[in-house]
Ligand binder design. Structure first.
Ligand code: ATP
Ligand code: MG
Ligand code: MG
Ligand code: MG
Length: 434
């Protein structure tokens, strides 16, 4: 992308409405624009990050054996009457009437819809297990939309739903998602801690929230240092095999949100191991048994010919919230510091003397080699402005090209995260960025 033609409306001033770093930086870096309270338009740079985050989520869901579908945003109220949640859900649900006065709603989640959909096809125990997910916009009329995309009213969520033949099999599906989540967040450069959680209105008896530690988090959490030291990418589990030992590595240490906090167990931990901090919920998984299958009449025929009511779980990830959460976890005074895996562009090419034939030629060569992963600052602007904007937007690499270096075919490469600077040939610079 050439900055001279890009739609990347960066702001110099800090927007007054933004209370936390990620919100401020997303607005200043031209990633999103609020169109109504808690509803955002995603601009090119923001959309690229959102799509990269979504793609990591997708790859790890697929790896764990889930299958992608796409359900609608608008749902029929009758579905929710069957489960009994139409009344229970309360004011967070956006209720809509169509021209025939039929009651519809903008989905805040999809348990009812997916159960109904699955019911039409699943006939026998051979149709189990299945895990279906989609990445779709949700709407919740939050009382206090705030912190930008972290608590929006319209937001992008990945939600998966598992169907199993019995509780043991459902437990396996739960573990698959548990481990897929650890990998997902780690690939984005985040340390997300699974914590026993309250099941709330979804119901059920087994649930974990995945929480990243950040001062601006809305939850109070209590976690053992031993858990913070584990590396989720240290081993790739065989998702078809026995997953219990992998999950146990994570659940053996103390970790709880405020609602589930147990003072006695906490005080039994060594003082130096106790970390109490603020956290951001980025994912949440539930095993809730037959709550929806039973209320919505989903049964399949078992091996013995008798009907079985499938055991279910649901598994959410806040895809759009993650964009803000990653920034909360990775920024400094100057701006965003994108982890490589989710950066909108891998590198910015900063032409310090646009119009100078040697600088232009070297920049064009770099730009051609890096392709869609580069933003080329070809504008007629002061170097100081180019540096500041590249720092603000957080590209992992800056390829700085000035007349002196260009005359010798040299590129100065700056690593955003560390400030480290390298003096490289064009080829070496390209190889380093790729
Ligand atoms: P919260 O406690 O933050 O209100 P929740 O517990 O209501 O979230 P879930 O129903 O568990 O949310 O939904 C799954 C995931 O969707 C959450 O873990 C979170 O990452 C994301 N999410 C929920 N509400 C919002 C929102 N208003 N804006 C952005 N993401 C959200
Ligand atoms: Mg909520
Ligand atoms: Mg919650
Ligand atoms: Mg939750």
């Amino acid at each position: 992308m050439r900055l001279s033609r890009a739609f990347l409306p960066t702001l110099k001033e800090t927007p007054a409405e933004a209370q936390i770093a990620s919100h401020r930086l997303m607005l200043r870096a031209g990633m999103v624009r609020q169109t109504s309270a808690g509803i955002y338009a995603w601009l090119p740079a923001g959309l690229r990050v959102l799509q990269k985050v979504g793609q990591i989520v997708r790859e790890e869901q697929d790896r764990a054996g889930a299958q992608e579908i796409l359900m609608p945003t608008i749902q029929n109220a009758d579905l929710w009457r069957q489960s009994g949640r139409y009344e229970d859900y309360g004011e967070e649900m956006l209720r809509i009437k169509d021209r025939n006065q039929r009651e519809m709603l903008f989905g805040p989640t999809n348990e009812e819809m997916v159960t109904d959909l699955f019911k039409d096809y699943a006939k026998s125990y051979r149709d189990l297990p299945r895990n279906l997910y989609h990445i779709q916009w949700k709407f919740r009329d939050e009382r206090r939309p705030r912190f930008g995309v972290m608590r929006g009213r319209e937001f992008l969520m990945k939600d998966a739903y598992s169907f199993d033949v019995n509780p043991e099999a459902a437990q396996h599906s739960y573990r698959q998602m548990f481990l897929a989540y650890l990998r997902t967040f780690a690939r984005m450069g985040l340390k997300a801690i699974p914590m026993r959680a309250d099941t709330g209105p979804i119901g059920g008896n087994l649930s974990h929230e995945f929480i990243i530690l950040a001062e601006t988090g809305e939850s109070q959490v209590f976690v053992s240092q031993d858990l913070l030291d584990l590396d989720p990418l240290a081993d790739t589990p065989d998702f078809a095999g026995d997953l219990a030992p992998h999950v146990d590595r994570w659940t053996q240490h103390y970790a709880a949100t405020e609602e589930m906090h147990d003072e006695a167990a906490w005080s039994a931990l060594a003082e130096g191991k106790r970390v109490s901090a603020r956290g951001i919920e980025v994912g949440h998984i539930f095993y809730f048994g037959t709550k929806y299958s039973a209320s919505m009449g989903l049964t399949v025929q078992g091996a013995d010919g008798k009907p079985i009511t499938p055991e279910m779980g649901s598994y959410g990830i806040g895809v759009s919230r993650l964009v803000g959460a990653i920034i909360e976890a990775s920024h400094d005074e100057a701006g965003i510091i994108w982890p490589d895996a989710v950066a909108p562009f891998a590198a910015a090419i900063l032409n310090l003397k646009a119009g100078d034939a040697t600088c232009d030629a070297l920049c064009e060569q770099l730009y051609a080699a890096l392709g869609a992963e580069a933003v080329y600052d070809d504008r007629d602007a002061r170097p100081g402005q180019k540096f500041a904007e590249a720092d603000l937007c957080g590209y992992p690499w800056q390829a700085i090209i000035g007349p002196r270096g260009a005359a010798n075919g040299r590129v100065e490469l700056k690593r955003r995260a560390t400030g480290e600077r390298l003096d490289l040939s064009r080829e070496d610079a390209i190889a380093r960025i790729k």
